[in-house]
Design a protein. Structure first.
Length: 426
């Protein structure tokens, strides 16, 4: 349903790169309407907490992923999940990339799989949200395992719904079975297809490529690449040679430096590892925040005590967990990426016995992507941490939590933080 006129669509290059205004896409609302008609779409009705609530093929999949039960009489055919693919690199451009670019990348040594898609930041329920337009059958393999396995979720996306991350859905209190206002160059009310985290840092919404066209997202302006055994820095150099002007490539995983200073890990992996690839520093001798920066950081964070948690809030008067960290460190002159999964890459891991005030504590709380880091807190010392917890609560100081959801701690390195802030994962 068309709601209002032309809007700006921002191509997502990550928090540290410039956000580019995309070229206008044509009016594709009739194409979206046709897709819904072909699917027998009648809107959303009841909800289900698992795929078992869905008819036909939607019964197969992960019970951890919350999926809406739609009243579409002829469900789209979704290809079965045959294997999982690690999302290692992300290419994005302000306009459509030629198919020759994807073909050239696919031929590079170490590349296992390449999938073109659409990428932009658009308004989702009133919040600017990094969104992908995908072929559900082809893209599902790049998602986190429980989400990838949910045939029901991808079936609903193919039928015209929007899937959002578990964290955004729960913290922004978006109930299954309702329509979500999505605003690109055009605005649509889209049924909420389900809650399932993709596992690519910073991406909180996925729609079909048909819906992406209707919203005015740039067509085929991005590529996700799987190259699990490649040296990513070398592969990125080769990819840059085939990219057109204005396109960028950045890693979606952290890879250890060659000198043996750490181990590679995806953003949001179950444990936090050193992500300062190429710096040759370790936890003991890496350039940490100065004493003056720590004082400014903690003073800024403590000045926000009692202010409300709001999903997507990044200050100065309302915050989510990573928004509080980013804003508070900015007051100390430190550039940080926006999301917790990327903030976990901003320095060396710190053993619990060596925690110091100003270190960051990370947690994985998302059942649809069990290894994905979805919460961050600030260690204050003396066994206490400061955090923006969840909707309905305020920024608070509580005992530091080192329970089953604890993923590890990081000592922020300003140089690494600034570099990570330029990645799509930020």
């Amino acid at each position: 349903m068309h709601l209002r006129g032309s809007r700006r669509v921002l191509v997502t290059l990550g928090a540290g790169l410039a956000l580019l205004t995309a070229a206008a896409a044509g009016n594709a609302a009739p194409a979206l309407a046709a897709a819904r008609t072909a699917a027998g779409w009648h809107g959303s009705t009841t909800t289900g907490a698992s795929n078992a609530a869905l008819p036909g093929p939607a019964r197969s999949g992960s019970p951890l992923v919350m999926v809406s039960q739609f009243a579409h009489s002829s469900a789209p055919v979704i290809a079965p999940l045959r294997r999982l693919l690690q999302a290692d690199l992300f290419v994005v451009a302000p306009t459509t990339l030629s198919p020759a670019v994807a073909a050239a990348v696919r031929r590079l040594p170490g590349v296992t799989a390449v999938q073109p898609l659409d990428a932009a930041r658009i308004q989702m329920d009133g919040k600017l949200t990094a969104t992908l337009g995908v072929d559900p059958s082809a893209f599902r393999a790049f998602a986190a395992r429980p989400t990838a396995q949910s045939t029901g979720l991808w079936q609903n996306v193919a039928a015209g719904g929007v899937a959002i991350s578990y964290t955004m859905g729960k913290l922004d209190k978006l109930p299954l079975g309702r329509d979500v206002l999505v605003e690109g160059r055009r605005a649509e009310k889209l049924p909420l297809a389900g809650l399932g985290t993709v596992g690519i840092g910073g991406v909180d919404a996925v729609v079909s490529d048909t819906v992406a066209r209707s919203l005015g997202m740039p067509a085929g302006n991005a590529i996700v690449i799987s190259a699990p055994h490649a040296v990513l820095s070398s592969l990125m150099s080769q990819i840059r040679k085939v990219l057109p002007r204005g396109a960028a490539v950045a890693p979606l995983v952290a890879q250890s430096p060659p000198a043996g200073t750490g181990s590679s890990a995806a953003p949001g992996s179950g444990t936090v590892t050193w992500a300062g690839a190429g710096t040759g520093t370790g936890a003991a001798d890496g350039p940490a925040l100065s004493r003056a920066q720590v004082i400014a950081f903690l003073t800024a964070a403590e000045s926000r005590l009692g202010l409300p948690y709001v999903w997507g809030g990044n200050g100065p008067t309302q915050f989510d967990c990573s928004g509080l960290v980013q804003w508070s460190l900015a007051q100390a002159g430190v550039v940080m990426p926006r999301v917790a999964a990327a903030q976990a890459q901003t320095g060396p891991a710190v053993p619990l016995g060596q925690l110091a005030p100003g270190d960051l504590l990370f947690y994985h709380t998302d059942p649809t992507a069990p290894g994905y880091i979805s919460h961050v807190a600030i260690y204050l010392g003396d066994g206490e941490m400061l955090q923006a917890p969840q909707p309905g609560q305020d920024v608070e100081v509580v005992p530091a939590d080192f329970g089953s959801e604890f993923a590890g701690a990081v000592q922020v390195d300003p140089r690494v933080a600034a570099a990570v802030a330029g990645n799509p994962a930020g």
